[in-house]
Design a binder for this molecule. Sequence first.
Ligand code: PMP
Length: 446
Amino acid sequence: MGVFYKWGAGRNPDHPEIVDAHDSTLVTADGEEIIDAAAGAAVVNLGHSLEGVGDVMAAQADRVGYVSTSHFTSPPVESVGEKLASMTPGSLNEAFLVDSGSEAIEAAIKLARDYHVARGEPTREAVIGRWASYHGSTLGALAASGNTGRRTVYDPLLRDWPKIGPAYPYRWDHEGTPEEQAVAAAGELERLVRRLGPETVAAFVAEPVGGSSIPAARPHPAYYREIRRICSEYGLLFIADEVMVGFGRTGEPFACEGLGVTPDLMALGKGLSAGYAPISATMVADRVVETLEGHDHSFQHGHTYSGNPISTAVADHVLDRYSEDLFAAVRRRGRRLEAVLDPLADSPIVGEIRRAGLQVGVEFVSDRETKAPFDPDADVADRIYDAALENGVYTYPGGGSVDGQAGDHLMLAPPFVLDDDAIGAIGDAVVSAVNRVAEAEGRRTA
Ligand code: PMP
């Protein structure tokens, strides 16, 4: 009896109760302090207890707490729309506001469909995704996702949309330079589109840098150069899912910018309010907006809380805190975080340590030569998560769930504001947790 929430990370069913939090520290009901090395799930970019948020919420609730965006707008909605248009790259100039990352993906998928219908190509409906990807837990977003662990039970409910392999250099078996491998991997999309017939495909959706399935996996920029070419040539819209990596996580305002690619639709979430209110957005490129505006069918999509004034007022406040200085700090702190994890480079169970800005993925393998993943039943990532938590550090485990496409891993994605002491403590806790589980598995660092 109570709250049905005990889903996800770790094997410990007794979730610690968090009663207080500040900067990168969580405080339990027992008064224990935990370093939040995952910023929730890469959400709390600006740290806990950010100054001013409570005042902004109260002031907005006192003025206008709710109006339906079907018929009204409000000052924070207009302001957030303008700020997002100026922050995001290319001609992504219109924001459609929703409440979660999953909904932002659903909206992008439906907008892609509307776009093709408006252009007189109603046979285009398939959304090509990639294996080892996650775009959300609602049925459309899950159908586009390729994280098998999160989909399997629901497979009968999902559209059978096609997938290509992940952008995952560590496990690619293409020949040649990193650039040649990237071009070969992206070529899979072209072959698939030709096989399906471009007239049946609406969009390609991808996390530009890997998130919860393969954290911090980032291909050579040639990969997205090819993806952009293929999408443009065959008339697909490219949906970039920046729900996890947008707003500076990778050290660039948006990951697409670091990779030199401009999408037609971009899903945003998490960092938009940095965890302080449920809000997300789908950014739409001018040419998509213009096509839809020239058509008499209006976008049939909405949620009761879309553009909620209190959530948007919080986002408006949060967006002003992102700056080039902060993104430079992300890059600096990311390098430090990588440095404190250096002792893991020789661990017999660590296959790869990847980093994109202040997001790190540590991938575990049972054999470094063959890159064989651990047996999922060994729960390696969850055991390392438990050990790190015992050491006072909260991390984000995953894997063992992508049908051999990816191994177990730990993601670190701390708040951007963490200090050197916290970075050092994260390093100590994670290194000792990995070593402990390696020893339990009978492996010792040489
Ligand atoms: N896309 C990505 C890349 C994500 O990481 C997530 C959430 N982890 C989602 C979509 C779904 O967002 P939400 O949980 O807010 O629905």
